[in-house]
Design a protein around this ligand. Sequence first.
Ligand code: NAG
Length: 581
Amino acid sequence: RETKLQIVLTCSSTWLNLHLIVLMVLCVFLQGMAFSLEERLQLGIHGLLPPCFINQDVQLLRVTLENIIKMDLPLRKESKQYVFLMGLQDRNEKLFYRVLLSDVERFMPIIYTPTVGLACQQYGLIFRKPRGLFITIHDRGHIASVLQNWPEKDIRAVCVTDGERILGLGDLGCYGMGIPVGKLALYTACGGMPPQQCLPVMLDVGTDNETLLKDPLYIGLRHKRVRGQAYDDLLDEFMKAVSDRYGMDCLIQFEDFANVNAFRLLTKYRNQYCTFNDDIQGTAAVAVAGLLAALRITKSKMCDHTIVFQGAGEAAMGIAELITMAMEKEGLAKDECLKKIWMVDSKGLIVKGRDHLTHEKERFAHDHPHMKKLEDVIQELKPTAIIGVAAVAGAFSEQIIRDMASFNERPIIFALSNPTSKAECTAEQCYTLTEGRGIFASGSPFDPVTLPDGRMFYPGQGNNAYIFPGVGLGITACAIQHVTEEIFLTAAEALAHLVTEKDLAEGRLYPPLSSIRDVSLKLAVKIMEYAYEHNLATLRPEPSDKQAHIHSLCYSTDYDEFVVDSYRWPEDSMVVQSCKL
Ligand SMILES: *[C@@H]1O[C@H](CO)[C@@H](O)[C@H](O)[C@H]1NC(C)=O
């Protein structure tokens, strides 16, 4: 009932709409996923609930399993923190964001990597109340009407996943909804985008995860993933429906799609819609920002480096692409840039003529004998930087780190896989084995490391949250309609520029997370400037003071003043009576 009241108070729609929303919220609370398809359609709540129809017996199982039987299992602490914060987001949104901002370093890892990964794995168990919009493969032909069920009309940013590759955890199907929900919470917390302008979407096409198909608590469609033409049609229709309803400048962020679809969809839609893929482009910008900061330590240029990737998936390709652009900007010819980048996938070093080479991998295949083991590759190529993005825990062995330290005065070692359990090496291993010479960044957070000699290092967390909220804010603030690769290079350069000499001296390659709101605003201003210079912005007239313009769009966690005047309760109403009491 409290939530119902909160919605009544914060909603500025007409009374009719209000009435409907109250009805809808009530319904969702009353029966949850027990509503049949027909009831969902009649009540206009189709899409607001996860696709699975769950009867009261299963609801009973969820409640008893979670609240009573599994109460004291060891993994419970993190997911309890997650459940608590999500509950707060439902009850008092402004306070939720105030809490996040009060200590970003502490709270971000709960609604984002690593805890969100754990939460997604147990999404069925910890499920309380749906968040975001669920669109299934069976909604084909009707996506526009599913979007109509979403109560907000002015959406500026959509984050969408199909749950096939959640972090490094694999196919979590509909349980992956935690990811877009968490990402968009960061758009608001870090980038200041108003939460009502953000829409998390799960495109449920099924799951190939047997565990989930057998899980009685699973909230998604209980069949194998639908692929091929039907899948593509769903995506086409979705992109069009979103742009029709919210405008061509509504940003659509792709998140945690499997490789096969991620590249394909990015290539297909990037020139048609306002879209980007955070796993490819966002990750790339953060990693390249880290490299640019590392160059300030090594006092070298990007094209002085030879870089080996452990992994050749979305993140690797995105990073490599952006590194190439940065090298080209330094004046090196494209072909030469590509030659400085090597990749190792699950079959070993990627070389010309090898089997299993996709179109993307082909670009980084060089003339070289094939080698299977990463250790051998490192010894042979003697790179200056290694970047791990394959979610193979411990892939940077002691041997590899020692070798890197023997070839290089300041070896660059980035263990970017998420969550923490998938990191290629720990911060401690890197600093210890390189006697503090290693320049380290990770994807998930690591605690500071003190070496036996007393020197202290603060590992840089190459957190995508440094980039996507600021990029999203910049894009939406001036209505950019196509997100170019240069926007990400601009963001990376701006981010690296914000790292102070003092940060660098302590091993930090990124500004402190506590300054992330400020970082995002600065990135957004840079992106706006770039966009107007290069004719990408469609907002006219061009705001003369871009910073002020961005500030004016930002969400504030202060409570709005409640304008009693417009309500005028009748003198004899209960409210007025009780106020008098
Ligand atoms: C299947 O789902 C479970 C439970 O969410 C998860 O822990 C596991 O990693 C998934 N497995 C694969 C192969 O995707």
